[in-house]
Design a protein around this ligand. Structure first.
Ligand SMILES: [Zn+2]
Length: 267
């Protein structure tokens, strides 16, 4: 499932492809994949690409005529660039057609992904409530410590809550908690100042490292050129049998997700 580093990598690729181009149309091949804002002009395209940004796990693409796209890859979505239009891929749910005959295909076997076409001024209305960006200046040890005070939920569940911090998912949460030496099932309000510091530091470090190598490709995730990311080669605990120090790794379910930890390295 794409998390912040994967979405950022895809966004970087999408911006390169769209730079200087017009979108001619968005074609939907699956009901519900493309959602249209009712406030939009019925023919918003062609429109010129202006800029792209990321908020949590959402890609936001701005165009002329006050049109924006919110792309959410969810479980298995990917955007793949093709220089010429060819047959519809078996799992292709939508296609963003460009003015030079090329296209971005939205391929999504599980069909949870969405492309929402909106009037730019409605952006906030179409995004859920999202907490601070983990790489931003507002995601501080003080912020996390304060958020944990009254919570009995496991710390991992808190970090997965997009309204607390936007962009972390299962893989990076397992990894950053390993690096911070904190067990995923620890009750949030038991987290100390020192641990909040470590969690913040390692969140930022691991996300930066993963972005630098194009994200983690374990199942479906691919970059815009359909290449794999490389961060799966640097995982220390996720889906491992032994931790880097040779201890047995345990796997428990938290919030319905496999949570890997080392009972010796993490407290
Ligand atoms: Zn260990």
């Amino acid at each position: 499932m794409p998390e912040l580093p994967e979405v950022q990598t895809v966004l970087n690729g999408v911006c390169q492809v769209l730079n200087g181009r017009q979108v001619l149309s968005i074609v939907s091949y699956y009901p519900g994949t493309v959602i249209w804002d009712e406030a939009l002009d019925s023919h918003p395209f062609p429109a010129d690409f202006i800029s792209g940004m990321r908020r949590g796990k959402y890609m936001i693409l701005h165009f002329s005529k006050d049109v924006s796209l919110i792309v959410h890859l969810r479980m298995t979505g990917k955007l793949v660039f093709e220089t010429a239009l060819i047959d519809i891929h078996r799992h292709e749910r939508a296609r963003i057609e460009l003015d030079d005959g090329s296209a971005l295909r939205f391929i999504d076997p599980r069909t949870f992904g969405k492309i929402t076409v909106i009037n730019t001024e409605n952006l906030e209305k179409f995004l859920p409530q999202l907490g601070p960006e983990p790489l931003g200046k507002d995601f501080t040890p003080q912020y996390l410590y304060q958020k944990t005070r009254l919570r009995s939920a496991p710390i991992k569940n808190l970090l997965l809550d997009q309204s607390i911090v936007a962009g972390l998912g299962n893989i990076y949460t397992c990894e950053l908690l390993y690096r911070a030496g904190v067990r995923p099932q620890r009750i949030s309000k038991s987290i100390t100042h020192k641990e909040a510091n470590l969690i913040i530091r390692h969140s930022k470090e691991i996300l930066m490292e993963a972005i630098a190598v194009g994200g983690t490709s374990i199942s479906d995730y691919r970059q815009v050129d359909d290449k794999r990311g490389e961060f799966q080669n640097f995982l220390k605990i996720y889906q491992k049998k032994l931790c880097p120090l040779g201890h047995d790794v345990e796997n428990i379910r938290l919030a319905g997700r496999s949570s890997f930890f080392c009972p010796k390295c993490q407290k």
